[in-house]
Design a protein around this ligand. Structure first.
Ligand code: TEU
Length: 512
């Protein structure tokens, strides 16, 4: 068993976890100061979002130097100290690898803009002449994931028509050209740089994006909306060449025992998705199906079955996640308020009862809802979409910083966070934090959480129950509107108190 195969990994959104220097933005020393909390919570590993040198247009996903720490977050020394302290406490550390694009502030891109079309400097990115009269139209019709064309024009030195460069995200995030061997060599250097310092894993950003089809054909699909912004037959993503990139990443990591890679693979087709976790590619990919499933027993069950089958098909362990820094929080997705909270707590017991590993997102264990931010507070370059789940962690009762910062938090923290603080919830046995702590403790120590398959039981309408096939551990979910009797067994944990021995609506239970 390798450390990640059943791990509970906690995503730390670095900007919003803990601020040690009062500038309103979280930092590495802040995280180190809160490791005791993560140990108490019982997670096995942390995933740190990008803390590298960056102009922070996309809050660090626009990397100017992947082998240095941005002064906003600390320095290499504070990183090493954080890593050492996490290891001392028995937690692994996963860092982000942003390989699809750099920042426009990366020295490569600055050099490319200053160099002539056709130069080796430009060949690290996708520079192309435009179409139409004077090349005034972008080279193809691709759209950026965040809206607008995926191309930006760079005028020639004398003002004559220049070239366009591709960016699947903001114009400040030019896409690297992965047919260029220098891009491979530099990525390998980055992996080695952090692996040599002792990091235990890499989260591969936009893992479905690095390779592009050679001819950059127009996107012939009709416009449409999907929750994560991608659909299949999308020429921008899932080009077959991307698998060579993941084989390279895997080959480098194979030199470092105990290290892993987990991909952010936004590919809808199950077979296409599974290719990313074949034995010689990434160790894991995020299983996002539950993020898209409504709180309905059949939909959740179907998402679980599909996820299990997809991963099993290539011999990889499944992974589960209910939240990350790009999507509305579970409490809000499930309807908000008390109902949303109850459902999120129930779903926490569902995912933590499943085989494989679980990725939690900071604040999920507090039952934080999304925050409705005023227009002027919004900072996300993709529009207001993602800031609501990125509001800093409330640690204690004192507004305005709630123990996150002594200064002004980079996103304003709402009053409702005052009753959801870590300090308040640690004291309260009925809190969401206490539920997560108990669930993680059982998951780590109870023998019932063994084996890699589940068996479904018969259950009343709107409900389900599954058993871990190698044990007697049962997880029951009531997504109906009436209380239901529990399956036979001793109750280990429930997401809310039972009512007259029955499982109320919007609740889950573990039995053995
Ligand atoms: O996300 C990849 C991605 O495609 C996202 O655009 C996602 O579809 C969107 O955020 C949903 O609203 C990764 C990171 O997780 C994200 O934070 C970055 O902005 C993006 O890459 C660019 O690096």
């Amino acid at each position: 068993m390798r450390w990640w195969q059943e791990a509970v990994v906690y995503e730390v959104y670095v900007r919003s976890f803990a601020d040690s220097d009062g500038d309103g933005v979280g930092d590495l020393n802040g995280i180190r100061g809160r490791l005791g909390y993560l140990e108490l919570l019982g997670v096995d590993a942390l995933w740190l979002t990008p803390f590298y040198r960056s102009p922070m247009v996309d809050h660090g996903y626009d990397v100017a130097d992947p082998r240095d720490v941005d002064p906003l977050f600390g320095d290499l020394e504070s990183f090493d100290a954080l890593l050492a302290e996490a290891h001392r406490r028995g937690m692994q550390v996963v860092v982000d690898l942003v390989g699809n694009h750099t920042s426009t502030e990366h020295e490569w891109f600055r050099g490319a803009v200053e160099s002539a079309p056709g130069s080796p400097e430009r060949a690290r990115y996708h520079f192309r002449p435009g179409r139409g009269r004077n090349g005034a139209e972008p080279p193809n019709n691709w759209r950026s994931v965040f809206g607008g064309p995926a191309w930006t024009h760079v005028p020639g030195p004398g003002g004559e028509p220049g070239e366009w460069y591709m960016h699947l995200f903001t114009a400040d995030q030019p896409d690297l050209d992965w047919t260029n061997p220098e891009v491979w060599a530099d990525t390998e250097k980055t992996i080695r740089f952090w692996a040599d310092r002792g990091v235990d894993g890499f989260r591969i950003d936009v893992a479905h994006g690095m390779a592009k089809p050679e001819t950059l054909p127009d996107d012939l699909r009709q416009p449409g909306w999907t929750p994560l912004g991608h659909r299949d037959n999308d020429p921008r993503f899932d080009d077959p060449g991307v698998h060579d990139v993941h084989r390279m990443i895997r080959a480098v990591l194979d030199h470092y025992p105990g290290r892993m890679a987990v991909g952010e693979v936004l590919v809808g087709d199950d077979e296409a998705f599974a290719r990313y976790v074949r034995p010689d590619e990434l160790h894991q990919a995020f299983g996002f199906r539950l993020l898209h499933a409504p709180f309905e027993a059949d939909a959740v069950r179907a998402a679980i079955d599909r996820t299990l089958a997809t991963f099993a098909g290539v011999g990889a362990e499944p992974t589960w996640t209910l939240a990350n820094h790009d999507v509305p929080r579970a409490v809000t997705r499930y309807g908000g308020g008390d109902v949303g909270t109850a459902r999120a707590r129930a779903m926490a017991l569902v995912v933590l009862a499943l085989p494989g590993s679980v990725y939690l997102y900071q604040g999920e264990e507090l039952g934080l809802p999304d925050v409705e931010l005023a227009e002027e507070a919004v900072q996300d370059p993709s529009g207001r979409g993602r800031d609501g789940c990125r509001v800093p962690m409330p640690w204690d009762a004192e507004p305005p910083g709630y123990g996150f910062t002594t200064g002004a938090a980079w996103l304003p923290m709402p009053q409702e966070y005052g009753r959801l603080t870590v300090a308040a919830q640690l004291e309260d046995v009925g809190s969401t934090l206490s539920l997560y702590r108990r669930a993680l403790e059982l998951r780590a120590n109870h023998p019932g959480f063994a084996g890699d398959a589940v068996e479904w039981y018969g259950a009343p309408p709107g409900c389900f129950a599954f058993r871990r096939s190698a044990s007697t551990l049962v997880c029951a979910l009531n997504a109906s509107s009436v209380p239901v009797p529990l399956p036979p067994g001793d109750v280990l944990l429930t997401s809310v108190p039972l009512v007259d021995g029955e499982l109320p609506p919007n609740a889950a239970a573990w039995l053995t």
